[in-house]
Design a binder for this molecule. Structure first.
Ligand code: HEM
Length: 580
């Protein structure tokens, strides 16, 4: 066990900016001056008259109220006008109203096409390389779709751009808490280092095994309806599959446990969080949904904390074999084991449990819906084009040629071998090696292309912590910067025939992905997605297995329509297929 301290967990609670905590510069100076004057006053009065102490306490309370409310308010209002003053020079998006900014056009777009994300893309592409100004209620924002400015935000001046926990991430804080996605500064650095270690290369081998088992289970389901004309809603199946994979990789949850707990607890929480993004009043209105959500969050936290506690006890029980299944050196430890291996016994306690619970929920959130969305859009695009589908299917059959294509697990170690059993199967392997899986170039190209075309995370937001320049324009401190990932992905000058699905863009051509900030599904720079290799590996295993075993046919007119309210972008009415 490594002897690191757990201040990385504890620090998780202290990642607010000065401004968030109310200790902005002007506030702290005035607070210090005022409190010294009052202390002097108290001392002087106390010497002459003890009753003065009560009076002094009263005055100090008033001072605190004054300090907290009025000074802070005055500071906020002046900062707001300062932003307005500088941002007025920028191009402004259409539909502006002085009182409520662009709230009306943005809210009118909810539930329609072009939806909110489409508007951000349209406005920012029209203004690029300059930012376009947008105001949501009283919040001053700029939207950008220029790779040079985006590189500045995500990389070269990253210190100036904090995570936007009071705005975009706010409705999701019940899940994200102070986990990796929302943490900042030193706390983020430590968490990121620790989790990158847990996601080391060898866990990716386990991900191939886990994904193979998951797609075999789905194949058994599909086999039952093969050729019957019965439909299956594949978007939901992918959601459950990716949850099973991430649940097993992090917590060694069995698929049955995953299917039981997640749809009942986790998925409704996510749904409510998503609704709160566009209907913010749901966060505080004491409705039935509000209390149900609260109770589910409590139950999910209790469930995960119980798992953490149980694992910790097993690791440290008198009978536990040292280093068995509890160290980052054990290649079959799950992510929880690997993270727990970093916690010294003396530091373990409720605060560590809380922080780990946030991290596990973060992984569940970050790691399943995005991957499910990538899978479903890829399947949809391939079924629309017989020619592309054939290339992908041939490739899958070629790479998996030494493995049985029966719907369930091709060969378990207990099964007897037959004359047709291949060398790989005799060795007990039921899937190609990681190197062989790299030959699924076209399928990986199709996955990456669907991430570009559908931009499953269409916007990413940051808060500007100090004055800066983007696209030649002055951006004052406190402005919310909205990076229109969809805008960049759909720019015709960056992507030829940008609206056309073409997996070949990514075959044998890595240049679009690295360094030039025009391909951003996982963003780029130091805060890029930590699970991107896991996601692409899992998805290629799933896709290759489904394509080599089954033929999918779209069975509903409504297929292909994008949801207008949810991130990641999922199908609006599910995605229905028949299977042969
Ligand atoms: C197709 C699948 C995925 C997509 C499109 C995706 C996309 C993203 C994006 C856009 C971000 C940046 C968010 C921001 O900075 O505001 C991000 C961060 C992150 N993702 Fe993913 N993700 C995917 C899969 C996964 C998986 C499978 C995992 C976990 C196993 C994961 C874990 C994370 C984590 C931990 C971060 C935060 C990194 C940091 O802030 O240092 N993601 N992802």
């Amino acid at each position: 066990m490594t002897a690191r301290t757990t201040d990385n967990y504890l620090n998780g609670t202290t990642n607010k900016t000065n401004e968030d905590s109310g200790l902005d510069e002007s506030g702290s100076i005035s607070e210090r001056v005022l409190s010294r004057i009052f202390l002097g006053l108290v001392a002087a009065l106390f010497v002459h008259c003890p009753e003065a102490l009560i009076f002094a306490a009263f005055v100090v309370t008033l001072e605190t109220i004054f300090e907290r409310v009025f000074v802070r308010l005055a500071f906020d209002v002046s900062a707001w006008f300062r932003r307005l003053w500088y941002l007025r020079r920028l191009e402004i998006a259409p539909g502006y109203n002085f009182a409520i900014g662009h709230t009306k056009p943005l809210f009118e777009a909810v539930g329609k096409y072009p939806c909110t994300w489409d508007l951000f893309a349209k406005w920012s592409v029209a203004a690029q390389p300059r930012p376009v100004r947008v105001q949501i209620f009283t919040r001053h924002c700029v939207v950008i779709a220029d790779p040079v400015s985006i590189k500045r935000v995500f990389n070269t001046n990253i210190k100036n751009y904090g995570k936007d926990t009071e705005f975009a991430y706010n409705p999701f804080l019940d899940i994200l808490g102070t986990g990796l996605v929302t943490s900042e500064g030193e706390s983020w650095r430590r968490q990121r280092q620790r989790i990158s270690q847990a996601l080391r290369m060898e866990i990716l081998d386990d991900v191939v095994d886990i994904s193979t088992r998951a797609v075999n289970r789905l194949s058994e389901k599909l086999e039952k309806i093969r050729g019957t004309g019965k439909e299956i809603e594949l978007a939901e199946e992918f959601r459950l599959l990716t949850l099973q994979v991430i649940g097993e990789a992090i917590l060694s949850l069995s698929p049955e446990e995953s299917d039981e707990v997640m749809p009942e607890l986790y998925l409704p929480i996510m749904e409510e969080c998503n609704r709160r993004s566009l209907e913010p009043w749901r966060t505080f209105l004491p409705t039935k949904a509000f209390f149900e959500h609260k109770s589910r969050v409590k139950k999910l936290n209790a469930y995960i904390t119980k798992l953490i506690r149980k694992r910790w006890k097993t690791k440290h029980s008198a009978t536990a074999v040292p280093n068995e299944n509890d160290s980052i050196d054990n290649p079959h430890a799950d992510i929880l084991d690997r993270v727990l291996a970093d916690v010294p016994k003396s530091e373990y306690g409720p605060e560590v449990e809380r922080q780990m619970c946030d991290e596990i929920k973060t992984f569940l959130l970050a790691g399943h819906e995005t991957s499910a969305a990538m899978l479903i859009w890829t399947m949809w695009e391939l079924t629309k084009s017989p020619e592309k589908m054939k290339i992908a299917t041939d490739e899958a059959k070629r790479v998996y040629k030494n493995f049985s294509s029966s719907p369930s697990s091709p060969l378990s170690k207990k099964q007897t071998t037959t004359a047709t059993t291949t060398k790989e199967e005799k060795e007990g392997r039921d899937h190609p090696s990681r190197d062989e899986l790299n030959q699924l170039e076209y399928i990986v190209g199709a996955l990456k292309e669907s991430l570009r075309l559908y931009s499953v995370v269409p916007v990413v937001t940051r808060k500007c912590l100090g004055d800066d320049y983007l696209g030649g324009d002055f951006i004052p401190k406190g402005t919310t910067v909205i990076i229109s990932v969809q805008g960049v992905h759909h720019r015709e000058d960056l992507w030829k025939n940008a609206q056309y699905f073409e997996p070949k863009r990514f075959v044998g051509n890595e240049t679009d992905e690295t360094g030039n900030y025009s391909y951003l599904p996982f963003i780029q720079g130091p805060r890029n997605c930590l699970g991107q290799y896991l996601a692409l590996l899992e998805a290629r295993v799933v896709m290759a297995n489904l394509l080599r075993k089954f033929t999918f046919k779209s069975s509903r007119e409504s297929n292909g329509a994008k949801h207008t309210k949810m991130i990641p972008i999922a199908p609006n009415d599910g995605m229905w297929f028949t299977v042969s």
